[in-house]
Ligand binder design. Sequence first.
Ligand SMILES: CC(=O)N[C@H]1[C@@H](OP(=O)(O)OP(=O)(O)OC[C@H]2O[C@@H](n3ccc(=O)[nH]c3=O)[C@H](O)[C@@H]2O)O[C@H](CO)[C@@H](O)[C@@H]1O
Ligand SMILES: C=C(OP(=O)(O)O)C(=O)O
Length: 428
Amino acid sequence: MEKLKIAGGYPLKGTVRVSGAKNSAVALIPATILADSPVTIEGLPDISDVEILKGLLEEIGGKVQLSDHEMNVDPSRMISMPLPNGKVKKLRASYYLMGAMLGRFKKAVIGLPGGCHLGPRPIDQHIKGFEALGAHVTNEQGAIYLRAEELRGARIYLDVISVGATINIMLAAVRAKGRTIIENAAKEPEIIDVATLLTNMGARIKGAGTDVIRIDGVDILHGCRHTIIPDRIEAGTYIILGAAMGEGVLVDNVIPQHLESLIAKLGEMGVYIEAGDDQVYVRGSSKLKPVDIKTLVYPGFPTDLQQPFTSLLTKAEGSSMVTDTIYGARFKHIDELRRMNASIKVEGRSAIVSGPVQLQGAKVKASDLRAGAALVIAGLIAEGITEVTGLEHIDRGYSNLVEKLNGLGATVWREAMTEEEVEQLKNT
Ligand SMILES: CC(=O)N[C@H]1[C@@H](OP(=O)(O)OP(=O)(O)OC[C@H]2O[C@@H](n3ccc(=O)[nH]c3=O)[C@H](O)[C@@H]2O)O[C@H](CO)[C@@H](O)[C@@H]1O
Ligand SMILES: C=C(OP(=O)(O)O)C(=O)O
């Protein structure tokens, strides 16, 4: 086991290149199950979620090669092997195996997904969608059993706007008979990316990126080559870092339109920020104004940037309020930030951040992926050395983090934990 050590307090400068989007990658990879010939996905990030999904495709008989950020999947020999436990618990997006395997084999057994612990994360809307398409769905001892004689298109209204349910229903519907209409669909860019891959495979999808998606089922999907979109959350994390400590940070390989809510908020704070075609330049300021943020579905402020943004707000002069309307309990990073001298109160779904304070290096633990990002940013702002444990969460979503940070002039390194430290961590 390793911990991350950060020597904080130094300005950052230079260019950082953003990797392919985690939340696209984790749907694009299962989507390959639906084809009858090889699919290649380019630009994948070096993250553990991708490695785990590769292993899961291999478990069901896929031939998978991954090198140089490119994955080639030959799905022709895949079978509907049950995946009740093991690797599926290590990530949230293993739920996409349900839609993809149901779509191809008309049956699947998949363990309930893992992923970040952000309070309850039900999948009732996914199941409502599968049932509307004709599947019989049961939950037996922590695994979801899905079976259908045939899948038939249906009109499905999502009671909750859900990224996962929207994509999962698309996956199950592309080879169903007839037309499926998803109403109140999520509009995140990753949904458009998955629809683009499926369309290149021969699917007929209209309206991805709006709240009504129409899918006309086809019998067969074929292989293709697809390039993934850049990770807007990784990009946002480096932009926030640039706002906190940057003397001129250029974040490269970004679609700035994906980050309008963040860019607007940073502008309100007095950060110098300039968006180009596929780059964002950001420079911090010694005087930052406080702002309130409320997370919303896309194109609102993303919940996945709420935690990193909170670390920046500790530098603002005054009181800021952070409200998470998507995950009301996504505040596990706050106690850790307090250990670093932050002054933050949590009231219900909101955190009130009082600043400015000078963060101090401390030993902290990442409870989830973006809590980890928040602590890394805090460590870079802080005076002294910060040690972050719980790196398995950070490794789910940040490709080559140490190299990228050090490329901006940071002093960050991974170090093996002693047996005593591992034991202590288990008891916290
Ligand atoms: C792998 C992936 O893409 N993860 C992202 C995805 O997660 P995920 O797809 O799990 O998130 P959803 O969009 O589904 O969840 C949004 C809200 O809907 C609720 N809900 C969801 C499904 C359901 O069946 N019932 C229900 O009540 C959730 O509890 C949550 O409050 O979108 C989240 C919200 O942008 C992001 O934080 C995650 O990074
Ligand atoms: C919550 C996240 O991921 P997941 O849904 O994969 O747990 C995230 O990316 O911030």
